[in-house]
Design a protein around this ligand. Sequence first.
Ligand SMILES: [Zn+2]
Length: 331
Amino acid sequence: MPQSISRRHLLSGLAATGLGVLFGAGLRRRAFAQDGGLNVVATTGQVADAARNIGGGLITVTAIMGAGIDPHSYTPSEGDLERLFDADVILYSGLELEGRFTEVFDSLRSEKQVVGVAETIPAELRIASPHYPDQADPHVWFDPAIWDYAIAATSVALREADPDNAATYDANAAAYRAEVTSFATTAEATLATVPPERRVLVTAHDAFNYFGRRFGFEVIGIQGISTETEAGVNDLQNVAQLISDRRIPAIFVESSVSPATIDAVQAAVRDRGFDVVIGGQLYSDALGDEGTPDGTYLGMFTTNVNTIAVSLGGSAIGAAPATTPAATPIV
Ligand SMILES: [Zn+2]
């Protein structure tokens, strides 16, 4: 789908049916205290999960994008616009991840808190997009030490919107940040079981650059940083040659990206006489189903670490992760 047309469609759609109607209906915002807590709307599952862990039973969190949804290409529906309009706080990841929400967020900033939690990450910690050097790679959740800034920013947004409960948000945030830090140590030890020459992660799109930097993996994303670019034939052939030359045992599909590119690479590697396997499905830009272990940030990350480690010749994390189910309040 040509990007210029879809962008034009979004803008005209917003003006005709979305924000125009909602604003025309007048201010319908509710006082959050009347119906049991701050109404928080988040774009991605990663952001929603941080808010749930920090807000516990004090807030209601809705994630716009569920399992398998690609945030680069997701266009907000009219229902999404209504949810955003009714929210007390809007949390998004940012750094251009949710490119088709920009106009909506800009329209609502004067009404309420609209916070791009990953945009608080200091510039020196960001990785430049390999394709757009003036932009940062938005896939920051795959370095837990960097995602920590986003968790902290989520906490700040909640305490500013609901100062009466600031102490609870602070305590929950401290506990959750400690849990994420501890997980990073476990992940590092697990991924270190992969033989060094096999620490190469081949995926469809470039979602794992922060992961690679943090855990010492070479990362090859065939389609580039956004799913809205397609892999060229030369890209496929170059990657296939590299996999064959280096005898990389496994490559990975992603839950939110079509497997076609990775399937084509596998076929091209086999044409060269080497049999690379599909090592499994990684979560890249979306969590798993809500209410399942993979529907949380730490559960998703645990599954990815185990999938990568085992497929490339290492061993999995021994025990089940100590994560908080998404639906269970902490307080
Ligand atoms: Zn992505």
